[in-house]
Design a protein around this ligand. Structure first.
Ligand code: ACO
Length: 380
């Protein structure tokens, strides 16, 4: 038995994403994340992850057209969402709505590559609509039909605001955040998706498995916890005493540490920069400054680096996005990576079924109820 948690275990061969934890490098299909964050768009990255190469102009236009015309949700799913409890967590609502989509997709059980690619397009296009509708519906606002134009980031912010066109800075900031979160090799949610896909279950079921795993605070749920911590700290001066209390209580500082990166998470670099820029634009750099202070202190005291979730928290906060939508936004992006991995798994499949080392009791003898209490007493 190794270190537990499958640490350092190579569980699949994949041509999608390479994480070099020592050098702090992240590569999508051969392209460095720094290049993609600087020059690319989320849609271009989706094409890259699904096809292994950057699109030509017409290939990108083709994908854009498919994504834009797939944004609307089946009316029955919208009606069902209106019946969800108002206080449902957005990740619960997302998980449930995505599961419902399969019942309204005639191809849900089709397993050929083309049908699965169509499901990848639909889910990538529809998840942002679900996330925006979750927020509109719980606030008793009318749902806004998606536009069949513009980028996924632009349309999401448009729907979320109830129908106001977002500014370019907000759109580009979200677009970069989506690029940075799109894939990350065998992270917990992607592994969950691949384990499910390897049973040859349908595309939707594999996606629901991934959403369930992403929700956890040790994975995608961390970004929400980061901003809650910053709000609790309240001021730059409170950072140190607050952290000292957390350290004394052996609490984890959300947004820090990583199973693979032993150095800076390359995604944090871009989000840190964005957090600063958005703060300066808004004339409110407090969240950035507090984040810097937390980062300095956690690095100094614990030797831990910020991960992707740490600075995405202040970025989304500066974009005015409700806190409990941070993890669903992560899902909006990671859907592209999950899809790439599900397709790759189907293309070269073998059931994923590891073993457990048995460490329990052996050679127990069955006894009737009357004798169990006596046994229990004797064992005390
Ligand atoms: N704050 C304080 N201490 C930490 C943190 C943290 N964020 N992360 C790790 N440590 C400590 C652990 O307490 C442990 O110390 P110990 O050896 O004295 O017991 C040591 O560092 C090793 O930590 P593990 O939890 O064993 O590391 P693992 O590789 O299993 O976990 C993980 C990685 C889950 C990311 C962890 O660092 C963590 O819980 N971080 C906070 C949650 C978070 O930010 N998750 C998002 C990760 S990125 C993503 O999923 C998108």
């Amino acid at each position: 038995m190794g270190k537990g948690g499958l640490e350092d275990v190579v569980a699949a061969q994949s041509a999608i994403c390479d994480v070099d934890g020592t050098a702090g490098r992240l590569i999508y299909c051969g392209y460095d994340i720094h290049d993609l964050a600087e020059h690319s768009t989320f849609e271009e990255v989706i094409y890259l992850l699904w096809n292994g190469q950057l699109p030509t102009k017409s290939e990108l236009e083709g994908l854009n057209k498919l994504l834009r015309t797939s944004r609307a949700l089946p009316p029955a799913v919208i009606e069902a969402m209106k019946k969800f409890p108002k206080e449902a967590m957005p990740m619960e609502a997302l998980r449930t709505a995505v599961s419902m989509l399969s019942m309204y997709d005639k191809e849900a059980e089709e397993m050929d590559k083309e049908a699965n690619l169509r499901k990848a397009v639909k889910l990538t296009a529809q998840i942002p609509t679900i996330v925006a509708y979750i927020d509109l519906i719980r606030n008793d606002k009318p749902v806004v039909a998606p536009r069949e134009e513009g980028s996924l980031a632009e349309n999401f912010l448009y729907m979320l605001s109830g129908g106001t066109m977002p500014n370019e800075v907000a759109v580009r900031s979200l677009d970069i955040a989506l690029i940075l979160h799109a894939d990350h090799e065998l992270n917990a949610s992607t592994f969950a998706a691949r384990v499910a896909a390897a049973t040859l279950t349908d595309f939707y079921s594999a996606t629901v498995a991934a959403i369930g795993a992403l929700k956890g605070p040790l994975h995608g749920g961390a970004n929400q916890e980061v901003i809650k911590m910053l709000i609790e700290m309240g001021t730059v001066d409170n950072v140190l005493p607050h952290l000292q209390k957390m350290f004394a209580n052996h609490e984890k500082v959300m947004g820090f540490g990583h199973r693979v990166y032993k150095t800076e998470d390359p995604r944090a670099f871009h989000l840190r920069k964005m957090s600063e820029e958005l703060g300066k634009r808004a004339g409110d750099t407090k969240w950035y400054e507090m984040s810097r202070k937390v980062e300095e202190q956690v690095k100094g005291d614990k030797g831990l680096n910020a991960n992707v979730d740490f600075y995405s928290a202040s970025v989304y906060y500066m974009l005015g996005i409700p806190i409990d939508l941070y993890t669903p936004i992560f899902a909006m992006s990671r859907m592209s990576g999950w899809a790439a991995h599900i397709l790759e798994q189907y293309a070269n499949n073998r059931l994923i079924r590891p073993r457990a080392e048995y460490v329990g009791k052996r050679d127990q003898k069955w006894v009737p109820f009357e004798k169990r209490q006596q046994l229990e007493a004797a064992n005390k």
